[in-house]
Ligand binder design. Sequence first.
Ligand code: ADE
Ligand code: ZN
Length: 322
Amino acid sequence: MPSTHLPSVELHLHIEGTLEPELIFELAARNKVTLPYRDIADLKSRYEFTDLQSFLTLYYANMAVLQTAQDFADLTRAYLRRASAAGVRHAEIFLDPQAHTVRGVSLAACVNGVAGALRDSQAQFGLSSALIITFLRDQPAAEALDTLTQLIAMNAPIIGIGLDSAEVGHPPIDFVEVFDLARAHGLKCVAHAGEEGPPEYVWQALQLLQVSRVDHGIRSLEDPLLVDYLVQNAIPLTVCPLSNVRLRVVDTLADHPLQAMLERGLLVTINSDDPAYFGGYLDDTFAAITRTFNLTVDQLAVLARNGVRAAFIDDDRRAELL
Ligand code: ADE
Ligand code: ZN
């Protein structure tokens, strides 16, 4: 029987958020991109964020080094290697194609680069994986719809869609048509909601986009009726504690409502979001929350099992992971 407290499943991971400073410099040299940083130390000195937008600005700027399918495959393999070392046995990975196509990278290059590396994840790194396309909510919904239409036409190997980027002022309701199209094609639906945005955005994600998981969702705690709904319907929340600290959603890890969420019976899963920027991969995240909250073996087992319950996998794979 597998050890129950292993952080075995990762469900909220932006592949572009695994772009480590060393790889940024390596890809810049390969692609002859001039970086606005003197060296790695200069780049790392900028990893102090005041909110989500201050992070997103750097996150999108650094993507300039990702140009070819090979770059995307190398990035993905580096993540898979690190995730495997962290004990991850199944990962569902987000990719933001619009952040690349806007720079002139083809949709095929970014999607096939990531998907090609994921295809070999079990054989090469011992973990199963899947790809979820995330749309930028601060860009027009028509652009997301166009991107999804192209992905469907090219029969892209994706299991679902999500919604990310700057949340406040960009409510889920704007993306109903995109999510309707995804569901009509059998794709799973998730959305970032309740990270910086209000509980109302979580309601919209659930009721209008019909998501089966909510990414972050920690501001749901402000609405007791919403918490009841999430508990009663066993809707998973992909919580990212280190991200919440680094993006100042909470002041310190000790202030994070993780314990309260567990006590309310929410189906919480633990994830790393953008580990190259937020100070840790999934093993680091589990170590930090275990230390800070004195989590018991039983609580760790619940978190690990929740990840397996919330994953978009078939029953056989679920049984293997449990
Ligand atoms: N894109 C990458 N990380 C994100 C986050 N934490 N919230 C919204 N969009 C993101
Ligand atoms: Zn995220």
